[in-house]
Design a protein around this ligand. Structure first.
Ligand code: ACO
Length: 325
């Protein structure tokens, strides 16, 4: 039995339809909703996002990202013995998006399930996959974050609809003699469930409640910066390492100001933070593996480097994974 899990390949996918802030502002203006490129960039750092076309689901984006990760790891779909998809925008109420991904990859039999922790979803999924690989329940896992947040945005609410985008990121996580994942830390506190939610559900064949995203942005901001610092310090302490050892901070891409503030608290220079929020917007559970894949493919992230992945989101949930790439 191996003692460790290690990422052997990464992949990502963005749907082709890209909307700059100006494109989105023009679309919103047609419905009398006012915003501007300047406001969005100044408050969030976002310049553009991608939206999936109607009929394209989270599983479609996830499969593309998974294929990229499989190629990068030198594995084929037949090698996969576990699939975990982190998503808050599944294709259906059930079955899981992971089951659909499994079928679209042309494989069957291995366990496949979704994890729902909103923007912390990928950190949760990687934590679960790491535990399963370390205990021998799986040897070669696909861990995916995939979202079509455009489906749950209220395009009449300018305080939220400018923030999010669609996309997917994936990693292949394999058993290994050497780490790999060094430490994980995940949390939730349901008393904050109302500050970021989609308070609707399906009952009796109809949607009840409000099936679109609602957020108290300032409350989220305040909570986020505190817990992101805390969880990073926890995983570093568990691994016997310090902030100075971190080569790359790859945070959930919610807002450039949250990322800058976290980096400052951890005394990490901004040059060590991987930022994709400018071109992707907030893709929730997909944002961390998307940012990781971008930084691997452009050569910033190198084998042997120490990566701090950390997320925060609805629930309220938060957590981090410290790993040697
Ligand atoms: N375009 C133009 N003006 C806007 C827009 C917009 N899209 N949205 C809000 N405004 C206006 C408001 O109406 C308000 O106007 P007023 O002063 O005349 O009333 C003004 O801008 C300021 O609004 P605030 O909500 O106070 O703006 P704030 O500086 O708090 O920024 C933001 C809002 C960006 C959401 C901020 O609170 C934030 O970054 N929060 C963190 C939450 C976050 O990033 N969430 C992402 C999802 S959560 C997650 O992933 C963890």
């Amino acid at each position: 039995m191996s003692l460790y899990s290690r990422i052997t390949g990464t992949g990502s996918y963005l749907p082709p339809r890209r909307l700059s802030n100006a494109d989105l502002a023009a679309q919103l203006a047609r419905d009398g909703v006012e915003t501007s490129d300047e406001w969005i960039i100044e408050r969030t750092g976002i310049r553009a996002r991608h939206f999936a076309d109607p009929g394209v689901g989270a599983s479609d984006l996830a499969v593309q990202a998974a294929r990229g990760a499989l190629v990068a790891s030198g594995r084929s779909a037949a090698d996969i013995d576990l699939i975990i998809v982190a998503t808050s925008t599944p294709d259906m109420v059930f079955p899981s998006t992971a089951s659909m991904v499994q079928h679209k990859l042309g494989i069957a039999g291995c366990p496949a399930f979704d994890v729902q922790a909103v923007c912390t979803g990928f950190v949760y999924a990687l934590t679960v996959a790491d535990a399963m690989v370390r205990t021998g329940s799986a040897r070669c896992a696909l861990v995916i974050g995939a979202e079509v947040f455009s489906r749950i945005l209220d395009f009449k609410d300018r305080t939220t609809c400018v923030l999010f985008g669609d996309g997917a990121g994936a990693v292949v996580l394999e058993s290994a003699e050497q780490p790999g994942v060094l430490a994980t830390d995940i949390h939730a506190d349901g008393k904050h469930r109302d500050i970021l939610c989609v308070p609707g559900h399906v009952a009796g064949g109809a949607v009840t409640g409000h099936p679109l995203l609602r957020m108290d942005g300032q409350a989220v901001f305040k909570l986020a910066v505190g817990v992101l610092e805390q969880t990073a310090r926890t995983t570093l302490a568990r691994a016997g390492l310090s902030e100075g050892d971190v080569d790359w901070l790859i945070p959930h891409q919610a807002n450039i100001r949250i990322m800058q503030s976290t980096a400052r608290k951890l005394k990490l220079p901004e040059g060590k933070v991987v930022v994709t929020v400018d071109s992707h917007g907030n893709t929730s559970a997909a944002s961390i593996p998307l940012a990781l894949d971008v930084a691997v493919r452009d050569g910033r992230v190198q084998r042997g480097q120490l990566l701090m992945l950390e997320g925060v989101g609805g629930g309220f949930t938060w957590g981090s994974v410290l790993l040697r790439y």
